[in-house]
Ligand binder design. Sequence first.
Ligand code: ATP
Length: 454
Amino acid sequence: MSDVSINDIVALCKRRGFIFTGSEIYGGLGGAYDYGPYGVELMKNIRNAWWNAMIYSRDDVEGLDAALISNRLLWKYSGHEGSFSDPLVECKKCGARMRQDKMKDPTKCDNCGSTEITEPRAYQLMMGLSIGATADGEINAYLRPETATTTYVNFKNVLDAKPHKLPFGIAQIGKAFRNEISPRGFVFRMREFEQAEMQYFVNPSEDEKYFEYWKKTRLDWWINVLGIPAEKLRFLPHVKLAHYAKAAVDIEYLFPDGFDEVEGVHNRQDFDLGSHTKSQDEFKINANVMENKDSTTKLAYSDPQSGDSFIPYVIETAMGVNRAMLAVMHNAYTVEDLGDGKTRTVLKLKPWLSPVKAAVIPLARNVPELLDTAQKIENDLRKLSIGRIELENSGNIGKNYRRHDEIGTPVCITVDHQTIEDGTVTLRHRDTMAQERIKVADVPNRVLQIVNGL
Ligand code: ATP
């Protein structure tokens, strides 16, 4: 277990502008958080790192960005309307409502310890909407509770527009909404969150091979790209499988209270395309699907060689972006002892994830020569398009270093009087605090190297 608590991360997030409580000035809203100036950058960098690995580095995965609101029928045939629920129990003594499968002890109230608990009832997790002037309060649409279903129903659109042979995938990053019974763990369990999911369509004979392939590929990404040490990650295979799943495993991160899920890798067989396809009778669908008389499109694949038409299997990778950010921040949060009772807090992020890529700091405030050079360096760095560059004109170098250590800026560039004389600046590295003196003209290349981890 780590000695960094979630409260340490919550405090840093508020203090330095990563994450704020949603609707805070009106008392908040359970399960909703707002991302501040550095939180949006870190989230964006995690998204970009995922998109880069899942799409830009491959030939076999296409991107998609589907609507957040969708026709009721999507969620009827996906099975969500009927069964996307959690077991809700209520304490008869204190009235607390809890998700039974997440209670510390299902016979005792988490809040008051009473053993007078109601029988569980299925609690629908989808948020229904009443859209259009004629709806009059009737639920005719839903906010999506996952990105996956909106990918399945676009299978044919994507394949027609960008033909692929199997296997190929479709990836999305976007918001999902679940009416969670008890949001908890800061951004770990929210009612509005973000997923990065990829559905990989395979020939049914190759499902096991690609399930193993994606398990390994995703775990490697957590280690190499997010920088989480292997010993803080593990696979947890699902013992009790959902009716449609052939195999499922969670990737878990070691949070302060123990290992918990950050991503899932699932073999969903032909359940999803089989559920949403038109003319289900024409195909040999292995999974147990609901009869569909509403779909207007066959979601099948025609083998170019044999001419056979069949429903591919799906291997899915489903990551929570907010949970990834929480794990990344928790892993990177370090308090170092500097001696003499002094400490420093450093966010040792991989540099490509850092919200601010470099800070330029004139040693004294409002000295025109120093400020001009600092602004020139800032402009040169901005031309690299590597993300946010900040100029600090407060004249308090110690305070600036402390702030940039805490938000994880990999390098600070200090402009001092020697800069005016010989055109050199000091580069100060976040993790080692080591300083090097380099020419102003060399700053962009050096920063580029650092941000790319070279
Ligand atoms: P859980 O068992 O924790 O409710 P799940 O197995 O239902 O999650 P999936 O539907 O597989 O989760 O979603 C994929 C990922 O989305 C999860 O691994 C998690 O990282 C993230 N996720 C799911 N629910 C939430 C939530 N309420 N808040 C934040 N992230 C979530």
